[in-house]
Design a protein around this ligand. Sequence first.
Ligand code: GLY
Ligand code: MN
Length: 458
Amino acid sequence: MFSKETYIARRAKLKETVGSGLLLFLGNEESGMNYADNTYHFRQDSTFLYFFGLAHAGLAAIIDIDNDREIIFGDELSIDAIVWMGTQPSLKNLSELVGISEVLPSKDIENYLKNAQTKKQEIHYLPTYRAEHQIKLQSWLGIYPGAEMPSVQFILGVVNQRNYKSAEEIVEIEKACIATADMHLAAMRMVRPGIKESEVAAVVAEAAFSLDYQLSFPIIATINGQTLHNHYHGNVIKSGDMLLLDAGAETEMGYAGDMSSTIPADRTYTARQKEIYDISVAAHEAAVAALKPGVLFEDVYDLSLKTIADGLKSMGFMKGDSMEAVKAGACALFMPCGLGHMMGLDVHDMENLGEKYVGYGGREKSVQFGRKSLRLGRKLEPGFVLTIEPGIYFIPELIDLWRSENKFSEFINYDKVETYKDFSGIRNEEDYLITETGARLLGKKIPIHTEEVEAIHC
Ligand code: GLY
Ligand code: MN
């Protein structure tokens, strides 16, 4: 964890922004896979981590702004738990490390909240994403699942701190990005015909686990890269395939890396693969070159899509004015996803708090197919950490659907697209920090140009 001054300062700032009431932080619980003691990997709630630093299950916290109290609720380990898990520091000692002197047993939170309700104190809570959060809100506050009214003031307070990464956070993110780059380099060295996707996934995971890091999300290692989030690892890689790897590490403090690469099964990309790949890289580089404070990320998305449209036009897949095609939504046939997202303690940072607040500064998102999946659209500011991940995908079902509807036939040459229905997909992804003057790559550079990938891959 960081020093206690960091957590004290974060909480002080949040109190100042929200101003009054009581802030309720729900930590996460252990979650049984098939019985209670056989648990999934425990992951603390990221906002709890950000303000209270403790990655232990079964905690909650209150910042009672009106009464100037900061309390962690949790229970000291029983002797049975110590026999099972070994000696652990006491919750009291751990809490002191993050500047909290008041620790109360879990059972006391209900009374504390009910008293606050009786006194008509405003109780602020964040959106829930686990059933256990909903059960707690119901039993402590009488709020039924589906009837939650998360506090926009609280959301904005959290977002306006977590969106701006401090120097010590950048150090952590950079560690995650270096490990993430190593995961990709390991894959580039081993991909070849005859091995299974699962073998690549295992080596990628090992690169994170051997550092005692976790994965920031389940590994995507697939020869069917046209499926955006394909978690199936059962295929054997064949000559002529490309393996799309999208994987990231998470440091012990919970900070994420997130990179993608597309690796040929054979020693080199085929000419057909290289042509499409180069367009995707050109879109990537155009986006990176545009990153600086003040730029609207939605404009960077348009620019990268225009680069894709220009390239696909030169190959005969598209026609007409490229920017008109972008604005109309026609490029979503080839890139039905966004260009990037914020990254920090979550790989899609604070997605649970709402993209409208995190990625759009309160502005409503577009509902256009493709553009609606852009998680970040706001003006960039120093301290933002984000991914750049354009791609080109040939999705047979989407091609068939659009063709049957004659959709955007003024921009799309379906006869040509039809001949690439077996192509799969390409994505490259890197992580950037927005600086005062531009942007800086986080971690170390992974090969991105075809010849760079081929050089490491022989
Ligand atoms: N790399 C995983 C994602 O951005 O969804
Ligand atoms: Mn990503």
